[in-house]
Design a protein around this ligand. Structure first.
Ligand code: SF4
Length: 329
C-alpha cells in the first residue's frame, strides 16, 4: 500500500493559537477554566484540554459567575460577550484573527450603508458569530437559495465563512454578481482552507481512495472530503484508525491522506501505520509560515512548543514531490 500524503495538512495558525490560549489560561487562572463551544472541532483536542482542567460548555449561562472562560476559535456574537460581562466572567477570546477580520468587515460595510450577504452554512458556530455583528442575509448553497430579494441597484457586500469549498463559494459569488449591479466581494476563505483543498485536488488524481482525517463536525474536513469526491475519487472522513473500514481498501493500491485544520498530526500517523503502508510520498503544495499573536492578556507568557513531528514511524520509504502552486507564478 502506497500513501500519498498531502501537505499542508493539519493544524492551521488559528487552531495552534486557540489551543495555546486554553493551555496558557489553564496555567494562569484558577481551575476550572471554561471553554465556550468546542475550542476547535476535534474531539481529541477537546478531550486533551479537558483532561488538564478545561470544561467545555455550549452557553455562557452555564458558567458560574466570576469564572474564566475562553471563547472558541470560531468567533462569537456580541451578545455572548455582553452576557459574559453581566456574569462577571473573565473572557479570553481565542477567535481566529482571520474570523475577526470578517467581523470587522461586516461592521464596516454595514456602517457604509451597504447590504450584506454572508455565504456560509446555517448553524455553524462561525456563521452564528459573524451574523451577530450586523444585519445580513445568509446564502447557504446547501439550501438551494438564490440570494436575497433586494432591488437590482442595492449596494451589496459579500462576505464568506472561512472554511467553505473554494469552488462552491466562487459559484455563489458569481450568482450574486450576476444578480446585483453594485457588488463588493470580500472572499474570506482562509489560507489554510484554500491550501488544503488545492493539495487534495492534486492527490485525487493520483489515488483510488482519499482519507480525510478529522471530525465529522469540522467544516473544513467535510469540504476536503467533498473536494476529493468532486474530483471523482472515493473519499471518507474518519476520526482515526478505529474508523477504517477494510472494504474501502479492497483493490486499492494508492491512498491519499490529508487532514483538516483542527486534526492532530498523531492521528494521521496512526492511520498511516494502521494501513500497513510500505511507502509514503509527501505531495507538497503551498508553503505555510503563518502564526498569530496571542490575545493581549496572555502576551507576556512564552508560546508553547508544538510537536510538529511529521515523520512516520516504522520501516517505511519516504519521499517528497512538490506540486506547482499559485505562489510559483
Ligand atoms: S481554518 Fe482558517 S479561519 Fe479557521 S482557525 Fe484556521 S486559519 Fe483561522
Amino acid at each position: 500500500m502506497k500513501v500519498y500524503l498531502g501537505k499542508p495538512r493539519g493544524f492551521c495558525a488559528g487552531v495552534v493559537r486557540a489551543v495555546d490560549v486554553v493551555e496558557l489560561a489553564l496555567q494562569r487562572y484558577p481551575h476550572p477554566v471554561y471553554v465556550k463551544h468546542q475550542i476547535v472541532h476535534n474531539p481529541y483536542v477537546v478531550k486533551s484540554l479537558e483532561d488538564k482542567g478545561a470544561i467545555t460548555v455550549d452557553d455562557v449561562e452555564n458558567i458560574p459567575a466570576g469564572s474564566t472562560v475562553v471563547f472558541s476559535a470560531h468567533g462569537s456574537p456580541p451578545e455572548d460577550f455582553e452576557r459574559a460581562a453581566e456574569r462577571g466572567l473573565n473572557v479570553v477570546d481565542a477567535t481566529c484573527p482571520l474570523v475577526t477580520k470578517v467581523h470587522n468587515e461586516a461592521r464596516k460595510y454595514a456602517r457604509d450603508g451597504r447590504k450584506l450577504v454572508l455565504v456560509g452554512h446555517r448553524g455553524h458556530q462561525e456563521v452564528i458569530g459573524t451574523m451577530g455583528q450586523s444585519e445580513m442575509d445568509l446564502l447557504d448553497n446547501r439550501e438551494g437559495s438564490t440570494g436575497p430579494d433586494w432591488p437590482d441597484d442595492t449596494p451589496v457586500t459579500v462576505l464568506t465563512q472561512t472554511t467553505l469549498s473554494v469552488d462552491d463559494t466562487q459559484r455563489a459569488i458569481e450568482r450574486i454578481k450576476d444578480r446585483f449591479e453594485d457588488v463588493i466581494v470580500r472572499n474570506d476563505l482562509c489560507y489554510a482552507t484554500t491550501n488544503r483543498q488545492a493539495t487534495v485536488k492534486q492527490l485525487s488524481g493520483m489515488v483510488e481512495l482519499v482519507l480525510v482525517i478529522g471530525a465529522p463536525n469540522s467544516s473544513n474536513c467535510n469540504r476536503l472530503r467533498e473536494v476529493a469526491e468532486a474530483y471523482g475519487v472515493d473519499a471518507h472522513l474518519i476520526n482515526g484508525p478505529d474508523e477504517l473500514d477494510p472494504s474501502w481498501l479492497e483493490g486499492v493500491e494508492n491512498v491519499g491522506i490529508t487532514s483538516g485544520a483542527s486534526t492532530p498530526e498523531s492521528l494521521v500517523r496512526a492511520v498511516i501505520e494502521a494501513l500497513g503502508t510500505t511507502e509514503v510520498v509527501t505531495i507538497e503544495g503551498a508553503e505555510e509560515d503563518v502564526s498569530f499573536v496571542l490575545p493581549p492578556e496572555l502576551r507576556d507568557v512564552d508560546r508553547l512548543e508544538h510537536d510538529q513531528d511529521r515523520v512516520v514511524a516504522g520501516d517505511v520509504t519516504q519521499s517528497v514531490a512538490r506540486i506547482p502552486t499559485a505562489n510559483d507564478n
